[in-house]
Write a protein that binds this ligand. Structure first.
Ligand code: FE2
Length: 189
């Protein structure tokens, strides 16, 4: 494995070992993500830059066999967005190229305990340039949608999650519902 990627994953593993608290973990890992972005990025191969015409593309970089870490390169063509979703996990995101936009949502009634009757309020937006790092913790679930505005340029971002990110909730804001979807690796979402 490439040296910079190995150092990042070793550091992330150390952060998990050091604390059970998600906020502690992302605080430790965020500067490691920045350092990874500042590396020569030789760990990124052509496979990691694959895109898809009709949805943003998830390209797995590393899935820990322990099931407690997963790292993806996400490739966003202009106009491609996630649905409104949460992760049920902490995460650290870093931008390789392009401009990534995140639009936040907040649960109006506090912790979400059912899949219906969910009232979400829109929050602010953040625009992330290359080299920028952001993070989230599930206290309560962090709900957002992410993508690239049109017109724009292709964006590539790195996403480290505190579990094998093979499923997550997507929300229908107008209907006030959510459902759990499975997402195979190397495919959309
Ligand atoms: Fe997300």
């Amino acid at each position: 494995m490439h040296t910079a990627l190995q150092a990042f994953l070793t550091g992330a593993r150390a952060a998990i070992t050091a604390s059970d608290d998600a906020a502690d973990r992302v605080t430790r890992i965020a500067p490691l993500m920045r350092r990874l972005l500042q590396s020569d990025r030789a760990f990124l191969t052509a496979d990691h830059f694959r895109s898809a015409p009709d949805h943003y593309q998830r390209n797995a970089i590393h899935i820990a066999p322990e099931g407690d870490l997963s790292l993806f390169a996400l490739v966003w063509l202009p106009g491609q967005w996630t649905p409104v979703h949460d992760h049920g996990s902490w995460g650290v995101v870093g931008v390789v190229q392009g401009l990534l936009e995140e639009r936040s949502y907040m649960a109006a009634d506090g912790d979400i305990t059912a899949d219906t009757g969910i009232r979400l309020r829109r929050g602010g937006v953040i625009l992330l340039n290359p080299g920028a790092v952001t993070s989230f913790v599930p206290n309560p679930d962090h709900i957002h949608m992410t993508g690239v505005a049109e017109p724009g340029e292709t964006c590539v971002s790195l996403h480290l999650y505190g579990r094998n990110m093979n499923s997550f909730h997507i929300y229908d804001v107008a209907a006030g519902t959510r459902r759990l979807i499975s997402v195979p690796h190397q495919e959309s979402r």
